[in-house]
Design a binder for this molecule. Structure first.
Ligand code: SF4
Length: 325
């Protein structure tokens, strides 16, 4: 219904997202198998164009191959084979440098990593430091290099994406970051930045009113510091969106939006809307319910400012992300 407010929902262009190749079903794992994730290919794949990466195969290792694990300290992680102890750290690091330069040209808006892998795992990868149980504290070598080179790019792993809150947060960030990349690619003027900020106001508020205030100040004082502001703006924006949009913060945003209809809604409609927002706050119904009702009033009472708010339409409705948060 609201696709007309957001070209991304109508666009045939999919968003470029990097992914660990085994999650797409490619048989590149050490044992010759794969870890195909149907949600990633069948559901997200309708909106994302995947750029597959298998660090171990692309750095020249065969399939099948000996399993590897991480060893060493935080400042000196080593990637070594489990049985024979061959150290592939230098090979992986050298290949990663080249690959990341190549990926920079792909303009990825996100990356989905394979969990637990000593090459691709994002967090909690086993690290062996002698006899005894391994610490669950590592990041795979390639994943660590990716995060270092692209600190603002949204990243997640396939296991965490099964959590509805994590999933909604990640996909929202991918869509926002993609819009940001397009803005910068087309040459972001001060007017463009103000428009971008205005349209994301309530989305940012749902994550962090403090960050919203800082970003608002930045945009208001842009003056002749255009390029500098654009860079810092994105950093603070992505930092804000990484914070959880809690039920309390969403409720605050919903009340703000409701305030636009003070004069139009009759008493019964107001009471019904307040009740629905409160049911959401108490966890009885998902976020999609009050948002759908507000969208109905936005159309009915013709609120052009709210129609432009990405908060009310942050990602394709087909993904049903707000039906579960
Ligand atoms: S986890 Fe990473 S390195 Fe291992 S098979 Fe999958 S893509 Fe390749």
């Amino acid at each position: 219904m609201f696709a007309r407010y957001d070209k991304y929902l109508n666009s045939v262009d999919k968003i470029a997202v990097g992914i660990s190749a085994c999650l797409l079903g490619q048989k590149v794992r050490y044992d010759g198998g794969h870890k195909h994730d149907r949600f990633i290919t069948d559901t997200l794949g309708r909106f994302f164009s995947y750029v597959p990466v298998c660090p171990e195969v692309e750095c020249g290792l065969p399939v099948p191959r000996e399993a590897m694990h991480l060893t060493g300290d935080a400042g000196d992680r080593r990637l070594v084979t489990v049985q024979t102890g061959i150290d592939y750290t230098a090979r992986m690091q050298g290949w990663s440098r080249e690959k990341l330069n190549e990926l920079e040209r792909s303009g990825l808006s996100g990356f989905i990593f394979k969990s637990k892998s000593p090459s691709s795992g994002l967090r909690g990868v086993k690290v062996y430091r002698g006899p005894g149980a391994p610490a669950l504290s590592g990041t795979g070598l390639f994943a660590a290099a990716f995060i270092k080179k692209f600190p603002l790019t949204p990243v997640e792993d396939e296991v965490r994406l099964h959590d509805p809150g994590v999933r909604e947060n990640f996909i929202e960030r991918v869509f926002v970051y993609h819009k940001w990349q397009e803005l910068v690619r087309n040459g972001c003027t001060a007017a463009d930045l103000i428009e971008f900020h205005t349209r994301h106001k309530y989305l940012i508020m749902a994550h962090s009113p403090t960050h919203l205030a800082a970003l608002g100040k930045m945009v208001a004082n842009i003056g002749d510091k255009g390029a500098e502001t654009v860079e810092i703006y994105c950093k603070v924006l992505m930092e804000a969106l990484r914070l959880t949009a809690t039920a309390a913060r969403n409720t605050n945003v919903l009340h703000h939006i409701m305030g636009y209809f003070k004069k139009q809604l009759d008493q019964l409609e107001k009471e019904e809307l307040l009740e629905i927002i409160d049911q959401y706050r108490r966890g009885l119904i998902p976020l999609i319910v009050p948002v759908t009702l507000l969208n109905h009033y936005i159309l009915k009472y013709d609120q052009p400012y709210l129609m432009k708010q990405y908060y009310l339409n942050p990602h394709p409705v087909e993904l049903m992300l707000r039906n579960h948060v």
